[in-house]
Write a protein that binds this ligand. Structure first.
Ligand code: 8YV
Length: 315
């Protein structure tokens, strides 16, 4: 029997590509130059898409695949998948929740610590010989005991908050309503008020049209010249121009960012700032987590084509 055709939108580690190639006829879309010609050629044979969080699958792609049944996303975020287009055609969509939660929270906390204590700059101070030639490094900002705001108390927000509680931080959060979390974590309905009550503000919201630029000028101003924004969600949750303006003028103290508009080609204005920590969208990027994510992408595809329940269905 011929193998089922799957359109692969981006590269995966070899340990994931092995099982996918063995089970399915994988079409390496990301290596194709003439994409329209390729889809006209093989589009009718494609029954599944294997994609990544940032790459998704837009309406034009979904429309070009008449036999499409499932889109399996390597990532918890599925904002780049056109869910309406998928829903209309009864196409299933899966993601990789839970397995990456701890790693994303770890990186968010590490980014806060790194930026507050200037770990990268201090490393350079030692390596460049400045410590020996110029003396002590400048004093930085304390983290423990400060006020943390969590915008989005979902799986990742909770894990960030749990870690911050161990730093004796005061935790407050915004979400659609109060969540089932420890009583000491204060619910603040208005995100602008949350920002005003935070020294470190973590953006941990699942992105959608509704959350686009939720962190805008008002929230950024409320966070203020001593505040730090940590974004480990999606760039679209933050108005990047307002953020850059505030960082450049000192209206916002600092930012630690794992996600950017138009990534990986980020706005060059970020490169001349010294109050930012820039990370290459790798919050889930550990061997352990990426293996679990790849396994889930594969398991969802296999379950679908064997007619079993999907391990992690979005729709
Ligand atoms: C990426 C992510 O999918 O989980 C998400 O939503 O954005 C990430 O885990 C991962 O970087 C692979 O591209």
């Amino acid at each position: 029997m011929s193998k089922i055709g799957i359109l692969q939108i981006g590269r995966y580690p070899t340990w994931d590509e092995g099982p996918l190639n063995e089970t399915f006829e994988m079409h390496r879309y990301f290596e194709v130059e003439d994409k329209a010609g390729y889809l006209a050629d093989v589009g009718a044979r494609i029954r599944g898409i294997a994609t990544r969080g940032g790459l998704g699958a837009d309406r034009a792609l979904i429309d070009a695949l008449p036999a499409l049944e499932i889109i399996s996303v390597y990532g918890v975020g599925y904002d780049a998948v056109d869910l309406d287009a998928a829903r209309k055609r009864g196409i299933r969509v899966t993601n990789t929740p839970d397995v990456l939660t701890g790693d994303v929270a770890d990186l968010g906390v590490a980014m806060m610590l790194a930026q507050a204590r200037s770990i990268v700059g201090a490393h350079e101070w030692v390596k460049s010989g400045n410590w020996a030639s110029q003396g002590l490094y400048g004093l930085k900002t304390r983290v423990h005991g400060k006020r943390a705001g969590i915008l989005g108390m979902g799986r990742i927000g909770r894990e960030v908050a749990r870690r911050l509680a161990a730093f004796d931080m005061e935790i407050a959060y915004s979400d659609l309503g109060p969540c089932d979390v420890p009583d000491q974590w204060a619910f603040i309905a208005d995100p602008v008020e949350l920002a005003a009550a935070s020294d470190f503000l973590f953006v941990t919201l699942a992105a959608s049209e509704a959350t686009r630029h939720i962190v805008g000028k008002r929230m950024i101003d409320a966070l203020g010249p001593n505040g730090m924004l940590v974004n480990i969600s999606r760039a679209s949750n933050v108005d990047e121009h307002a953020l850059l303006d505030a960082l450049e003028t000192g209206k916002l103290g600092a930012a630690a960012l794992d996600v950017f508009d138009g990534e990986p080609g980020i706005n060059p204005r970020f490169l001349s700032l010294d109050n930012v920590l820039l990370q290459p969208h790798h919050a889930s990027g550990t061997v352990e987590t990426r293996k679990a994510m790849g396994a889930l992408v594969y398991d969802n595809l296999v379950a679908h084509f064997e007619g079993r329940n999907l391990p992690s269905a979005v729709i």
